[in-house]
Write a protein that binds this ligand. Structure first.
Ligand code: 0RQ
Length: 504
């Protein structure tokens, strides 16, 4: 019997994944752990997928509503999507199988700000939770839980669900114990009070998750790694983007607008965000802190180099090599990391108070600086808004970055008008591509357009954008943010019809 389960009461509930999965009924809403491929349950979701496949083969439809922290892994999202077992999904997903089903209209996807999920679950406006399936790294004698490599919405799922299934994963490093900070002081209005966190390294809660043992219907032991996808080595474009951002930050320090150690950094998901973090290893800023959502490879590099003093997040998002590095030195890293619930890691109040430097990726931006992070051609979901909105609106400075083109140059990331808006121009202060950086602070829409076109657009699209902007000034209904509505989305239409945004 696992030495990870110290509670005799809960040891008595140890069972296998199939027996645990059989406790979940068709039509249930299930809250699972998991955030960017870390800390998601690995055995019960796969057992559930087998059961769903069997039921469907016998003509009995079986779908659940699936809530998590953010994206998970192929054993969870992938397995359940493949058997058409998901009716509704929230709040974030990056699984390729699930993405296809969402875009075919077969899964109802609620793409939500990650900080708002727990409060909305407490408000009761997104439905009620039947079962929670939560991965932990251990159970203490008093029944409290040692969290694993992500915290996400686990606190809320454990509190709100009628039944709880625990996966105790011995692959998770035992030295993680103590690295978490679970804050139990959030309330709904009018009882809501300020969150007592004024520095990124403040601890305001306890290292453990509370869980009513009477609700625990099954405990399943696992020994399975987190998904941990490798990052691509930064290419020339990613390196150029990182260079522009570091030059910008240096300039801000020189002007006295940022301290020499910067302000807490937030970095989004993806290869470019990771390249920027790696680039900061050779930058002059220290000692930095991070108040962010995920701890990526680049953050470990910064911690190793002594440039980053500490990192606060809700999850790890590491390559297999970096996960090995973390696990080999967990005791040393754990003292410099705090993993919090996502309602705290992403809390607008805290992001604003601390003055985070927000750095996020985008799908497309328009000449005025409106940003689309989620919907390709205005309708096809890529991943979701994730935490980008939590940080972009509330950060001290909000930076968005992207290569200037996608799909081998057939798509311009800078367009006359975005086909969908996630971040309005007021929430977008700096746009960076490999071509250059546009600092849009203090500029009117017309001034923004010239700077974005000149600094950020790819040379093969720059004249087309300049031509559009010039003609818009001549034919627009108003001249505050000139636009030609009949033409503004013609680049997207052309791509859908001809496979490229470039005219013949
Ligand atoms: O598609 O994989 O089919 O080649 O989008 O693009 O260039 O690899 O960039 O990994 O940084 O992702 C916005 C998606 C960028 C990400 C987005 C296609 C491109 C490729 C990925 P392929 P890249 P990145 C907090 C922050 C929202 C969540 C967020 C994201 C794929 O940053 O999901 O910010 N952000 N969270 O080809 C058509 C375009 C395109 C395009 C890119 N204009 N048109 N396809 N692509 N631009 C962290 C969390 O919330 C967890």
């Amino acid at each position: 019997v696992s030495d990870r389960i110290a509670s005799a009461t809960l040891r008595a509930r140890i069972t296998d994944a199939d027996t645990a999965a059989a406790l979940i009924q068709p039509g249930e809403t299930v809250g699972m752990s998991g955030f960017t491929g870390s800390g998601y349950p690995k055995a019960v979701p796969q057992a559930l997928a087998r059961r769903i496949a069997g039921e469907r083969a016998s003509g009995r439809p079986f779908r659940i509503n699936l809530w998590t922290g953010a994206s998970t892994g192929p054993e969870l999202d992938g397995a359940l999507a493949a058997v058409d077992g998901i009716a509704q999904r929230l709040p974030y997903s990056s699984d390729p199988v699930a993405r296809e089903k969402i875009n075919r209209g077969e899964i109802d996807y609620l793409d939500m700000h990650l900080s708002q999920v727990a409060p909305m679950a407490w408000e009761g406006v997104i439905g009620t939770l039947d079962t929670a399936v939560i991965e932990v790294s251990g159970i203490r004698a008093d029944g409290s839980l040692i969290p694993s490599s992500s915290v996400g919405n686990n606190k809320t799922w454990l509190d709100r669900a009628k039944r709880v299934i625990l996966e105790v994963n011995r692959w998770q490093n035992a030295a993680l114990e103590g690295a978490h900070d679970i804050y139990y002081g959030t309330r709904l209005p009018p009882q809501r009070v300020p969150i007592p966190l004024t520095r990124p390294d403040d601890r305001i809660g306890t290292p453990y998750l509370a869980c009513d043992p009477d609700k625990v219907v099954a405990v399943v032991e696992t020994d399975a790694p987190d998904r941990n996808l490798p990052f691509a080595a930064p290419d020339d474009k990613a390196l150029a983007i990182a260079g522009h951002i570091i030059e910008f930050l240096s300039h801000e320090v020189k002007r006295g607008r940022l301290p020499a150690s910067l302000l807490p950094i937030q970095s989004g998901v993806g290869n470019i965000a990771n390249a920027v973090l790696s680039g900061l290893v050779d930058a002059p800023f220290e000692p930095m802190t991070a108040f962010t959502e995920v701890i990526q490879d680049g953050m470990l590099d910064l911690l190793d180099a002594g440039k980053l003093r500490m990192a606060s997040a809700t999850a790890f998002s590491l390559s297999p090599a970096a996960a090995d590095r973390l696990n080999a030195n967990m005791a040393s890293y754990a003292s410099r990391m705090i993993l919090r619930p996502q309602e705290i890691s992403n809390h607008p109040e805290l992001v604003r108070r601390l003055g985070c430097i927000a750095m996020n990726g985008l799908i497309e931006a328009d000449i005025y600086g409106n940003v689309n992070s989620t919907l390709v051609m205005g309708s096809r979901i890529q991943n979701g808004i994730g935490g980008s909105g939590d940080f972009a609106r509330n950060g001290y400075v909000s930076i968005f970055m992207t290569p200037s083109t996608a799909k081998d140059g057939r798509i311009s990331a800078i367009v006359p008008q975005v086909s969908h808006v996630d971040h309005i121009m007021q929430d977008v202060q700096v746009i960076v591509t490999e071509q250059g950086l546009a600092d849009l602070r203090g500029l009117s829409p017309r001034q923004r357009a010239s700077v974005v076109i000149e600094r950020c657009a790819h040379p093969s699209y720059r004249p087309l954008l300049a031509d559009y902007a010039a003609r818009a000034k001549g034919g627009s209904y108003g001249l505050h943010a000139p636009s030609l509505p009949g033409e503004a989305l013609s680049w997207h239409q052309r791509f859908m019809e001809t496979g490229t945004m470039l005219p013949a």
